[in-house]
Design a protein around this ligand. Structure first.
Ligand code: COA
Length: 277
């Protein structure tokens, strides 16, 4: 194991490994060990969890040396991914239950080159997903939703579909937006370039958006959808209800809040993992 570890560490320190045939062989041995559970990215040593940095380096090496290749059954299922990470095949002898699942990208949706789709996702008809965008697991790009360049749709982010009424604006997410995990963007909401939606933020036509920085409240009205300003950092918040039974019970209601505009700290938090691309 020590020789595998030092080979990986050595390759990880090299600038150019993409065309190095030795790197591929080392990686394949490494992947075998990983698949067999003989090596792990982290393990418990004397009661404490330790990260095996070299194992993570080995995984990243696989992304670096992998070539795009066609995968799937060639009929209804087709996938394109780095050839260093094909899907595993299980047999009954493995005693692992593999429940059917997967992703669907409907005909009639545009998905630009450079988009990454992590299963399971659904991209519906009329949707437009521009270059360099990441659509993470369990994300939905609803019908007609327009997604810009380099957007990160995090795990379980939902962009609602807007087919009807026919003249209603779809959900629009402009370039370089981060939609955090478990967010929901619905009813034609427009998210301007560079905005960050913190995990769990929900935006609809009925959610007023409180901007603590500019001391404004944004709302949808008539034909105008709810709009998130450029570079706004929105997180899920609450507002006290000051009337009726809700006041007697000291209830508050969910509301999205702009806590700041994107700064250096935000950049650090939303940085995409380039190696995975
Ligand atoms: C929004 C986010 C990017 C943080 O941005 P940031 O610029 O680093 O924000 P800061 O840490 O400076 O926070 C600013 C304020 O908002 C609050 N805040 C930040 N994130 C929040 C959240 N998700 N919910 C509620 N409040 C939040 C902070 O507490 C801080 O308020 P304080 O100064 O009163 O303590 C981060 O919270 C987030 O949600 N990231 C997305 C994570 C995710 O979904 N990843 C998916 C990977 S698949």
């Amino acid at each position: 194991m020590e020789s595998l570890k030092s080979a990986i560490e050595c390759l990880a320190s090299l600038g150019e490994v993409e065309r190095n045939p030795e790197a591929r062989q080392v990686f394949l041995d490494f992947r075998d060990q990983l698949t067999q559970g003989k090596i792990r990215a982290a393990e418990k040593v004397r009661g404490r969890w330790r990260v095996n940095v070299w194992v993570k380096q080995g995984i990243l090496l696989g992304f670096r040396i992998g070539e795009l290749s066609q995968m799937g059954d060639g009929a209804s299922l087709s996938f394109v991914d780095k050839d260093t990470f094909p899907t595993r095949r299980f047999t009954v002898e493995d005693r692992v239950r593999v429940v059917p699942g997967g992703s669907s990208v409907r005909l009639g949706s545009y998905v630009a080159p450079g988009v990454i789709c992590m299963p399971p996702i659904f991209i519906n008809v009329g949707a437009y997903v521009d270059e360099g965008t990441m659509v993470d697991s369990h994300a939905l790009v609803g019908s007609c939703a327009q997604v810009g360049k380099r957007v990160h749709l995090s795990a379980a982010a939902q962009l609602g579909g807007v087919l009807e009424p026919i003249n209603a604006a779809p959900v629009i997410v402009e370039d370089d937006v981060l939609v955090g995990g478990n967010c929901g963007v619905y009813e034609g909401t427009l998210v301007r370039a560079g905005a960050v939606l913190g995990a769990g933020t929900i935006l609809t036509r009925s959610t007023p958006l409180y901007d603590l920085v500019r001391r404004k409240v944004y709302r949808a009205a008539g034909d105008t959808p709810l709009e998130v300003p450029e570079n706004a950092v929105v997180v899920p918040g609450a507002r006290a209800v000051k009337k009726g039974q809700a006041a007697d019970w000291n209830l508050s209601l969910y509301t999205p809040v702009i806590v700041k505009y994107r700064d250096e700290k935000t950049e650090g938090g939303v940085e995409l993992e380039d190696w995975l691309r």
